[in-house]
Design a protein around this ligand. Structure first.
Ligand code: ATP
Length: 458
C-alpha cells in the first residue's frame, strides 16, 4: 500500500509542478492519455536525447530514421498485426466493464500465476475454477473471452466517396524494417548495422494505465540490429547488457532491475527477454530485447515482392539478415525516472523536503537563477541571459529564498545560483547543490564550465 501511495504523490506532484497533466483535463480527462507540461516536456526530451546519444551517436553503424506513422496497410498484413494483434478480453455482463483475462488471473493470484503461456480455454477454466469476480462490481457473470483488436483504425479518402482503412501504427518497428533497403543502400551500410527510431505508437489499451505506464499513445525508442545468423545470439546478449547499463548510468539502483526471460516465444523468435523495473505497482516491463530471426524481413520480402537480402561484399554471400530488437518506451522510462528520483527527506530543522534526484543530464532545468532580493534582479537577469545561452534555466524572484530552493528541489534542478549584494561588488555568486544542499562561492566566469562538467551523460 505504501508503494501505491507514492505513485499518487508522484502523480500529484507532476500535475502541481507542470510535469504531466491528465489529457483533455478541462473535459474531465480521457482514459489513458496524459499531456506533458512545460517541465515534463524538458524531462522527456532530455531522456530521449540521452538515449539517442548513447545508442545512435556513440555507436558506429547505427542509422536513425523518422518514418511515417500511417503506413501502407499491407505492412500490417506482413507484420501479422491485422491477423493477430489483440488481447483476450472478457466483459462483465452485470456492469458491462471490460477486462483483460490474463490481468484478472495475475491480479487475483497476486502475480503468482502467469497467464502468459495459457490458451483462452485455459484462462476461462482458471477464472471459473477460482470464481474470480469482477473487480468493478463484484459479480461473477463473465462473457466468454473474445480477442479485442489493439490497432486504432482511421480512414483516408483519396477518391471522393471511397475510403480506405489505415491504421495508426501500433509499433515503430515496421518503419525501420520497410526502410532496410533504403538505409542499407543510401548509407552503404555493412551488416552488422542498426536502424534506430524514436516515435509515436498507438494501442487501444483498455486496462487501467497506472499513470503513464500504459497509455493509448506513447513513444518508443527502438533499435533494430541486422546481423548474420551466427552472430545473432551474441548480439542479443550484448543488448541485454547495453540496455541495462543505459539505465544504470542514468543513476538507477541495480537492485531495482531484473531480467525476465519470456516463457512463451513467438514461433519465429529464438529468444526474448524484458528488463523489469520495480515500479510502485510492482515488477513490470521497462523494455524488451528480442531475437526475431529473419522473420520480419522475410515477411516483407513475401508481401512486397522486394528481395530483402544483403550481399556480403567480401564473401559474396547473399542472405536475409537476422534481427535483434531493443525497444523501450520513452514514457515508461520517464515514469521509472520519476519513481526512482522521488524522495522525501527530513531536514535538520525537522521540515520535510521533496526532492527529485534526477541525473543532471536529464533534469528539466539545469540551473535556476535567484536574486536574493528584487532590487538585484538586473544583475540576476544578466546572469540568466548568459546561462540560458548554454543551458535550460529557470528564473525566479518570487518568495523567500528557502521556498524558491524547495520549488527547484521538487522539479530536480541540480543547481541554484543566488545573486546577492556581494555579486555587485566582486562578480561572485553562490551555487547550491540540489543533493547535498551545500553552497560554494564562484566567480560568474566560472559558472558555465562548472555546470557543464557536472551535467554530462557519458
Ligand atoms: P506490455 O507487455 O507492457 O503491454 P509489450 O510487450 O506489448 O508491453 P512491446 O510491444 O515490446 O511491449 O513494446 C516495447 C516497449 O514499449 C515496452 O517495453 C514498453 O516500454 C513500451 N510500451 C508498450 N506498450 C505501451 C503502452 N501502452 N504505453 C506505454 N508504453 C508502452
Amino acid at each position: 500500500m505504501e508503494m501505491l501511495k507514492n505513485l499518487d504523490k508522484i502523480v500529484n506532484l507532476c500535475k502541481a509542478r507542470g510535469l504531466i497533466f491528465p489529457g483533455s483535463d478541462i473535459y474531465g480527462g480521457m482514459g489513458n492519455t496524459w499531456d506533458y507540461g512545460p517541465v515534463g516536456v524538458e524531462l522527456k526530451n532530455n531522456i530521449k536525447h540521452a538515449w539517442w546519444k548513447r545508442f545512435v551517436q556513440e555507436q558506429s553503424n547505427v542509422y536513425g530514421v523518422d518514418a511515417a506513422i500511417l503506413m501502407n496497410p499491407r505492412v500490417w498484413d506482413a507484420s501479422g498485426h491485422t491477423a493477430s494483434f489483440s488481447d483476450p478480453k472478457m466483459d462483465c455482463k452485470s456492469c458491462k466493464q471490460r477486462f483483460r483475462a490474463d490481468n484478472l488471473i495475475e491480479e487475483h493470484s497476486k502475480g503468482k500465476v502467469s497467464a502468459e503461456a495459457m490458451t483462452n480455454e485455459e484462462m476461462e477454466a482458471y477464472i471459473a475454477d477460482n470464481k474470480i469476480k469482477c473487480p468493478h462490481c463484484g459479480n461473477f457473470n463473465w462473457s466468454p473471452i473474445r480477442q479485442f483488436k489493439l490497432m486504432f483504425e482511421t480512414s483516408r479518402g483519396t477518391v471522393e466517396g471511397e475510403k480506405d482503412v489505415v491504421y495508426l501504427r501500433p509499433e515503430t518497428a515496421q518503419g525501420e524494417f520497410v526502410n532496410f533497403l533504403n538505409v542499407q543502400r543510401s548509407m552503404r551500410a555493412k551488416v552488422p548495422f542498426s536502424i534506430a527510431q524514436i516515435g509515436k505508437a498507438f494501442r487501444n489499451e483498455i486496462t487501467p494505465g497506472n499513470f503513464i505506464f500504459r497509455t493509448i499513445e506513447f513513444e518508443q525508442m527502438e533499435l533494430q540490429n541486422f546481423c548474420k545468423e551466427d552472430d545473432a545470439m551474441a548480439l542479443y546478449d550484448t543488448y541485454k547488457q547495453k540496455a541495462l547499463q543505459f539505465v544504470l548510468d542514468l543513476g538507477f539502483k541495480p537492485d531495482h532491475f531484473r531480467f525476465h526471460d519470456h516463457e512463451k516465444l513467438a514461433h519465429y523468435a529464438k529468444a526474448a527477454c524484458d528488463i523489469q523495473y520495480l515500479f510502485p505497482i510492482g515488477w513490470e516491463e521497462l523494455n524488451g530485447i528480442h531475437h526475431r530471426s529473419t522473420w520480419d524481413l522475410s515477411r516483407h520480402q513475401e508481401y512486397s515482392g522486394k528481395p530483402m537480402t544483403y550481399l556480403d561484399p567480401i564473401t559474396n554471400e547473399k542472405y536475409i539478415p537476422n534481427v535483434i530488437e531493443y525497444s523501450i518506451g520513452a514514457d515508461r522510462l520517464t515514469l521509472a525516472v520519476l519513481c526512482e528520483a522521488y524522495d522525501e527527506e527530513t531536514l535538520e530543522n525537522g521540515e520535510t523536503r521533496v526532492v527529485m534526484h534526477f541525473h543532471p543530464a536529464i533534469a528539466p532545468f539545469k540551473v535556476a537563477v535567484l536574486p536574493l532580493q528584487k532590487n538585484l534582479s538586473d544583475k540576476a537577469k544578466e546572469v540568466y541571459a548568459m546561462l540560458s545561452k548554454e543551458f535550460r534555466c529557470e528564473y525566479d524572484e518570487a518568495g523567500s529564498i528557502g521556498k524558491r530552493y524547495r520549488r527547484e528541489d521538487e522539479i530536480g534542478t541540480p543547481f541554484c545560483v543566488t545573486i546577492d549584494f556581494d555579486t555587485l561588488e566582486n562578480n561572485t555568486v553562490t551555487i547550491r547543490d540540489r543533493d547535498t544542499m551545500e553552497q560554494i562561492r564562484l566567480s560568474i566566469d566560472e559558472l558555465i564550465p562548472y555546470i557543464d562538467k557536472r551535467i554530462k551523460f557519458n
